[in-house]
Design a protein around this ligand. Structure first.
Ligand SMILES: Nc1ncnc2c1ncn2[C@@H]1O[C@H](COP(=O)(O)OP(=O)(O)OP(=O)(O)O)[C@@H](O)[C@H]1O
Length: 276
């Protein structure tokens, strides 16, 4: 990972993460053809787009699983290059994937520290891990789990999602990316997870929420980034747009001339030209 100072001074703090013109090819497949993403501390940024629009590829590039072929990545205003998951973690980026990667046969504490266990000499430091896990769950106002020594196999879908999110924030992360966190959940559990997503942002983290669900997006996101065929169709403030406009952007990559969102923050059409 290399970092160089970014010159432009600004009164507002720089975004936690900024991707400019990210490109990624898989052989002849142009998965990303110029994507932008801005994720700010204290905000939830929804990343939306139709199947195949490039959302997973984008988050895998940010997570260091793939590397962008071209484009710029700035982290807290400094240009950086993420070429491995270790680079991404070192910056404070954590991704919660849909499969959650939890081990059913382990309890909540061991899942939260999976692969990064605290040790005292050659032994696991159970009490330090338990204390820290309890602190993180309490800081996120998680009251839905009965005991942190409960095996993950016995948890509901919402509780499992909660454990995976708590694990992501355990490591002083600055940016948490959530891939469809409510996809498999019922109404009540979806609500609990969305409240947790909001609390992450309210605690000062930058949160990127990948979602197909417009109810979730409009309930919890401050900003919406729409991908269309591997390009950024628009980056809009949620309060300045509507569901119908976002759905239009998702399905066609642009808005009809004169539509209100044309005046919103930095809208880029699918052909790559940008209007302020
Ligand atoms: N490893 C890969 N090899 C080849 N093509 C890939 C690879 N990963 C993704 N693609 C292609 O890149 C494009 C974007 O895919 P991606 O999975 O990023 O979209 P998505 O927006 O996450 O879709 P979905 O909502 O269905 O998950 C698609 O055309 C996909 O087939």
């Amino acid at each position: 990972m290399t970092k160089t100072a970014h010159s432009a001074p600004d009164l507002a703090p720089p975004p936690t993460l900024e991707v400019r013109g990210g490109r990624k090819n898989f052989g002849a497949v142009h998965a990303l053809r110029g994507v932008d993403l801005v994720a700010r501390a204290g905000e939830v940024t929804a990343l939306v787009g139709d199947n195949g629009a490039g959302k997973s590829t984008m988050i895998k590039c940010v997570a260091g699983i793939h590397a962008f072929d071209a484009g710029e990545v700035l982290f807290e205003g400094e240009q950086t290059h993420i070429s491995s998951p270790a680079d991404s973690s070192a910056l404070g980026i954590e991704v919660v994937y849909q499969d959650l990667a939890l081990c059913d046969n382990l309890d909540i504490v061991h899942n939260m520290f999976l692969g990064r266990e605290l040790k005292k000499g050659f032994r696991l430091d159970e009490s330090a891990m338990e204390t820290r896990a309890a602190e993180v769950l309490a800081s996120l106002s998680v009251r839905t789990v009965r005991s942190i020594r409960q095996h993950v196999a016995s948890l509901s879908g919402g509780q499992r999602q909660t454990v995976a999110i708590a694990r992501a924030v355990l490591w002083n992360s600055k940016l948490v990316i959530l891939d469809e966190p409510t996809a498999a959940l019922g109404v009540a559990q979806t609500e609990q997870v969305l409240q947790l997503v909001r609390r992450l942002a309210d605690a000062g983290l930058a949160v990127v929420l990948v979602s197909h669900n417009m109810n979730d997006v409009f309930e919890v996101a401050d900003a919406i980034n729409v991908l269309y065929l591997g390009q950024t169709a628009a980056q809009v403030r949620t309060r300045e747009t509507s569901r119908s406009e976002v759905i239009e952007l998702i399905t066609s990559g642009s808005l009809p001339a004169g539509a209100a969102a044309a005046a919103t923050l930095s809208t880029t059409n699918a052909n790559g030209s940008t209007t302020a």
